[in-house]
Design a protein around this ligand. Structure first.
Ligand SMILES: CC(C)(COP(=O)(O)OP(=O)(O)OC[C@H]1O[C@@H](n2cnc3c(N)ncnc32)[C@H](O)[C@@H]1OP(=O)(O)O)[C@@H](O)C(=O)NCCC(=O)NCCS
Length: 391
């Protein structure tokens, strides 16, 4: 049996979950000490986006000793609800997809193809086997799928470029894995004193914690309608004749958990009580105006207001930006980041002092793997924004 065939992918035991987190803290702990890092995980595990086994830690381990804590490497998956719209259909349908996160090989195990093999095997626990190529003989037997598998697609956000993930296909060829998509991201420095005259407060509603679930339900409806009409406004087409258009959805705790995750350990220092804002009286328009956010305190340097979801038109965007600056300034945050800016807003973004990055070269690159009919290259992924990150 080859070295790789002697290994398989297993759902982690509680001890392996602890070990996986112990390994990743030095790399991904940020400002959190070890205990804070574990406490944050414990809290997030119980939240709606992850509870009821929606979140699974996977380990690549020897077949003869699958529960060892000396496993080769680990990653996490999050079972999520998205939408798919096929050409010729009038409505988008619900679809199961997985978000992938925390792909980690400890330094002593790197460069031995363990990471690659774990990612190749992952398709076999996420997607229906009938939709995958033949399982390569040299890998031994396929890993045991969970009852919850049956994904139509899976997504991840890479900080190491596309190559490693594209090479991690399910069929043993050096291709066929996750493919990158382009995004526009923009950052702004927030002036300490407002440049624009204050927005009329009566036109806007702030969203607090308790408002978020209702807000996300409406946003889901908006995303559904947008897919049904297949409008291209605000999107950068990836392919001319897509086999399907897909979108992740922000409800079920998916859009809101970023508040806890990014702010953990600094809630008292950052005095923030509003987590979204929307323009009144335009909810019935084709393109309402709103944004949601979290505060990233984990990155080095000063905290940043990270926009998790944004919807606006060129005409309403400057006023929305003024509201974002207002809420940032109040909490002494002087940096705003929109990753996944809707197409058409770049001109305003730049004219308002935004630093604009575009394409597949960003620090964080969204990648998708499609398991339905057709190839991943023919899939249009809409609403690539920070709300759909798994971590
Ligand atoms: C990135 C990581 C998962 C790769 O795992 P690994 O087991 O060392 O990688 P493999 O031996 O399976 O390498 C497979 C291929 O990917 C390439 N690769 C490995 N690490 C890479 C990286 N950081 N960037 C780009 N390519 C990489 C290898 O060169 C190899 O290519 P080849 O087949 O042409 O030789 C591992 O280095 C790691 O955990 N790093 C720290 C955490 C991290 O960055 N995780 C990914 C977050 S998106």
């Amino acid at each position: 049996m080859s070295d790789l065939a002697s290994l398989s992918l297993f759902c982690a035991t509680p001890e392996q979950v602890v070990e996986s987190r112990r390994r990743t803290w030095p790399a991904w702990g940020g400002i959190l000490n070890e205990n804070q890092y574990y406490e944050r995980y414990a809290r997030l595990d119980q939240m709606e986006h992850a509870d009821e086994s929606k979140m699974i830690t996977w380990v690549l381990a020897p077949r003869h000793d699958p529960t060892t804590i000396d496993f080769k490497c680990s990653c996490e998956t999050y079972r999520r609800k998205g939408l798919v719209k096929y050409p010729g259909e009038n409505e988008a349908r619900e679809a199961l997809y997985y978000g992938i996160a925390a792909v980690y090989v400890p330094p002593s195990n790197r460069g031995k193809k363990y990471g690659l093999h774990m990612m190749r095997l992952l398709h076999w626990v996420l997607a229906p086997h009938a939709n995958l190529p033949q399982f390569p003989k040299e890998w031994g037997a396929p890993p045991e799928a969970q009852q919850s598998s049956g994904a139509l697609f899976s997504i991840l956000f890479t900080s190491i470029g596309e190559g490693f993930y594209r090479a991690s296909g399910p069929g043993g060829k050096k291709d066929g894995g996750w493919e990158a998509r382009s995004v526009i991201s923009v950052t702004w420095e927030v002036p300490e004193i407002p440049i624009e005259k204050a927005e009329d407060p009566a036109r806007w509603v702030w969203l607090h914690h308790e408002d978020m679930n209702e807000f996300w339900s409406k946003d889901v409806q908006f995303i559904k309608n947008s897919l049904a009409t297949a409008t291209e406004v605000g999107f950068m087409p990836h392919t001319k004749n897509p086999v399907a258009i897909v979108a992740p959805l922000p409800d079920g705790g998916v859009g809101s958990f970023h508040i806890t995750r990014k702010l953990w350990g600094a809630e008292k220092a950052i005095n923030m009580h509003q987590w979204g804002v929307k323009l009144l009286d335009d909810e019935r328009s084709d393109c309402p105006t709103y944004a949601t956010w979290s505060v990233d305190v984990q990155r080095p340097g000063s905290p940043s207001l990270v926009i998790t979801r944004i919807c606006a038109m060129e005409e309403t965007f400057p006023a929305l930006l003024a509201k974002l600056q207002e809420v940032a300034r109040k909490s002494k945050i002087f940096d705003i980041e929109i990753w996944g800016l809707p197409r058409g807003l770049e001109r305003v973004a730049v004219s308002t002092g935004g630093r604009h990055f575009e394409g597949k070269q960003g620090l964080l690159l969204p990648c998708i793997k499609w398991y339905g009919d057709g190839g991943t290259a023919d899939i249009e992924w809409r609403f690539i924004e920070k709300f759909c990150l798994s971590c």
